[in-house]
Design a protein around this ligand. Sequence first.
Ligand code: PBG
Length: 330
Amino acid sequence: MTTYGSFPGTRPRRLRTTPAMRRMVAETRLHPADLILPAFVREGVGEPVPVGAMPGVVQHTRDSLRKAAVEAVEAGISGIMLFGVPEEAKKDAVGTAGTDPEGILQVALRDVRAEVGDELIVMSDLCLDEFTDHGHCGVLDAEGRVDNDATLERYAEMAQVQADAGAHVVGPSGMMDGQIGVIRDALDQIGREDVSILAYTAKYSSAFYGPFREAVGSSLKGDRKTYQQDAANIGESLRELALDLEEGADMVMVKPAGPYLDILARVAEACDVPVAAYQISGEYAMIEAAAEKGWIDRDAAIMESLLGIRRAGARNILTYWAVEVAHRLR
Ligand code: PBG
């Protein structure tokens, strides 16, 4: 037989022969502890409300959220990230409901902590978009532009109120400059050095957030391109990473996950804090929709999508499939 390079001596297929062999040589594994469940809680509803574009995902009532948190503990996942959906009438220009101790997110944080204590890491989205009537992640100036520094004052207050309500970790997702430092200071000022910050370090302006906007009943018209990052760029993620670390981020996140695996790999290589990735609503919806049409093997596609995110360098993954996948892994 002719020799081509190291063939036939070297045959990579030997290590792929059986499931047992493939399992032994696998470089990346998923574990329930890798996973974090994003969850929505809606004010003033008696029953959970299904999110149309995210089959299987609901806007929880306070009660159903408590149950979901207990199920998350039982499934062995690491955390839950809460998003509040206030009554429409409670939205205003500055997102007052986001800093009201009786606002839906704060109430839900207290509920969940009462239910799970320290057995689950309870995280809160720290952003104004769910609470503003214009749907932007910050407050607006006289010209209708998102006012960075005025927004930081709102975030500082949100961080304190969320910490008081029981958040172990706050997740600032608004992409304002300087947000991590301001939030760290605000937490320390009230003696909450123990509360961690999961910084949305690389958050791209993305069409894949579409279903989420339904999930939180977003009022946004237009887009977030003046504050979220441009899909064309890598450099600004590395710059944002350096800034977030300087300002005191305990963990950093890349979002969306699937279309940005190169960013995830670069960020994971460039830092030594835990890196999370958020498999967002559109990533979820695409697989569910294709599966519903019978065009894709749903379960296999879910596992492959998560493995890819782990392989690219994510320590933790926020995914709407967290509990389901955790059960499958056990
Ligand atoms: C902003 C926020 C968004 C998501 C999480 N936090 C939406 C946005 O930036 O428009 C998206 C999550 C998802 O799509 O699953 N508070």
